[in-house]
Structures are given as structure tokens and as C-alpha cells.
Ligand binder design. Structure first.
Ligand code: F3S
Length: 299
């Protein structure tokens, strides 16, 4: 059996970088107690492993008053400028693990709003990344997620507008909304700040699923990006299996497959992907032994 694992399976660059930074702080004796501002990632295995190593998750600025000073790691979504300042004012050291792609948006909106642009963020107003971006604007800002939201923004006919996007926003929807805003003939500067990590992961999964006998998609049951990966793969390959960890994998059907593909959602740790990959490769070895045994027997 041949096993093909997607290169883009699992953590994107920004999440991997943030998780690595928490482990670095844990191993650094000078860090004092280590905290993350919100869960570093939506993956229970990682959060629990960090918990075992003493890392506490803080949910709000008020939580800082309940713990001894130490190091606070900001996750890849980023936070507002005021949040960073408040954490520092309370005597904590800040390690900013905001994804550089998100940080770039912070810098753009900070500068453009200082230059008098009204900022429009295309994204989900309640998403922590968008909340963080809003917190770097120095003037008026509106968040637009769908066409109906456009009616809620003030009349901007005379204003200069700068449009940015939440990094995980759907590109086609972003284009549609930008077109609608452009029709109103505002003075617009548009920055496509969508990150292509998700799209790359999906495209690669689709390509692999097309060419294999079975596909394994690894990720949390509630992770929407993993569910999406599963749907994409299932469309191309009817033998697609959704598992959270190796324990969920029923290996029986795999005895008849010659080529198996593996991909994983954005919050699946490498360790879990490697375990599945290893188990499949061992299966290939068993198959090989089995086949040579049959040949000897028949021969
Ligand atoms: Fe990940 Fe950063 Fe993109 S966190 S999805 S690489 S914006």
C-alpha cells in the first residue's frame, strides 16, 4: 500500500509558530508562570498537554488579577493594541505570537485610519481576529459580513475607504462585497488580506483524494475546516474516513486498498498525523508480508 500525506496537512504556519512559542516559554526558566490569552488553538490535546506543563488559559483582562505575574502569549488571531497595553500595565511580559499575516493587517489599518480612511473589515464581527483588527484602527471602522450589513454602514460618499479582510474569509464572497461597495463610487483602496493556507490545504486534499483508493481526514469533530476537508475529499473519493485520532481508525477496510491519502484540519497536531501515517505504513508492510507469503504458498 502506498501512503500519501498532504504537505499542507495540519497546523498552518501562523498557528504552528504560536504553539511553538508557548512551548519555548514553558522551557525557558526565566519566563515565570506562562499564560495564553485565550486557548492557543482549538485542539483539546494541545491545550491539555500545555495545561499539564502548567500553562493557564486567561479569558479576559480581569483574569490577570487572579494569577501571579508571568508571561502572557498572544495567540495567532492577535488582539487589540489596548489589550497588549493593559497586560503590560499589570506587570506581565507579553510574547506576541500574532500571525505575521494578521499583524500586517494591524499595521495597515493603523496607518490608513490615521491618514483619514474609514476602515471596512470584511469578516465576522464576533471573531477574535476581527475584534483585534478593530482595536488597531485610529478612527471609524465598520465590519461587513454580508450584503445586508452594507445598509448598516454610514454614508461614506465623501469619505476615503480602506477595505481589508479577515484572513480566513471566503475569497468569492469578499470579491462580491468589494464590488457592491465599489458601485457606490466611494474612494476605495482595497487590500486582499485573505490568507491562502486554507485554500492550499483544500486544493491539495482534493488532488490527493482524486488519485487514491481511500482518504483519511484527521481533525476535531467540531472543527468546521476539517468538516469542509472531509466533504471535499468525499466528493472525490467515496472511501473517505473522518477520524479524530488513530483510536477511531478501523483498519479492516484498508486491507483491500492499494493507495491511501492522509490530510488533516488546521488544528491537528503533527504528532497525531504521524501516528496515523506510521500505522498505515506498518499496514503496508504487513500487506507486503502477506502477499509474499501467499506467493510462496502458491508457488
Ligand atoms: Fe494561519 Fe496566519 Fe493564515 S494563522 S490561516 S497562516 S493568517
Amino acid at each position: 500500500m502506498k501512503v500519501t500525506t498532504a504537505q499542507s496537512a495540519g497546523f498552518c504556519f501562523g498557528v504552528k509558530r504560536a504553539v511553538d512559542q508557548v512551548y519555548e516559554q514553558v522551557n525557558d526558566k526565566d519566563s515565570g508562570p506562562v499564560y495564553t490569552y485565550g486557548p492557543i488553538i482549538h485542539n483539546d490535546q494541545v491545550v491539555n498537554d500545555l495545561k499539564k506543563r502548567g500553562v493557564k488559559v486567561l479569558e479576559s483582562i480581569e483574569d490577570l488579577d487572579t494569577v501571579p505575574p508571568g508571561t502572557v502569549v498572544i495567540r495567532s488571531h492577535g488582539v487589540s493594541r489596548i489589550t497588549v497595553e493593559k497586560i503590560e500595565q499589570k506587570g506581565f511580559r507579553v510574547i506576541d505570537a500574532t500571525c505575521p499575516f494578521v499583524k500586517r493587517i494591524h499595521r495597515v489599518v493603523e496607518k490608513q485610519s490615521a491618514d483619514g480612511f474609514h476602515i471596512i473589515i470584511i469578516g465576522n464581527d464576533r471573531h477574535p481576529e476581527v475584534e483585534g483588527i478593530k482595536g488597531w484602527c485610529q478612527g471609524p471602522v465598520s465590519v461587513v459580513q454580508c450584503a445586508a450589513d452594507l445598509d448598516k454602514i454610514p454614508d461614506l460618499t465623501e469619505k476615503k475607504i480602506c477595505i481589508v479582510a479577515q484572513t480566513t474569509f471566503n475569497y468569492n464572497k469578499f470579491q462580491e462585497l468589494v464590488e457592491k461597495i465599489s458601485k457606490k463610487r466611494y474612494d476605495i483602496s482595497v487590500l486582499n488580506t485573505i490568507c491562502n493556507a486554507t485554500e492550499e490545504r483544500q486544493t491539495e486534499a482534493r488532488e490527493i483524494a482524486k488519485s487514491v483508493d481511500a482518504m483519511i481526514v484527521i481533525g476535531g469533530r467540531h472543527s468546521s475546516n476539517t468538516q469542509k476537508l472531509f466533504e471535499i475529499c468525499k466528493d472525490e473519493c467515496k472511501n473517505t474516513y473522518f477520524i479524530e485520532t488513530l483510536v477511531d481508525l478501523d483498519s479492516k477496510p484498508f486491507q483491500s486498498f492499494r493507495h491511501v491519502g492522509i490530510t488533516a484540519g488546521a488544528s491537528t497536531p503533527n504528532k497525531i498525523i504521524e501516528e496515523v501515517q506510521k500505522s498505515m505504513s506498518e499496514k503496508s508492510f504487513e500487506q507486503m508480508l502477506d502477499e509474499s507469503f501467499k506467493t510462496i504458498k502458491n508457488g
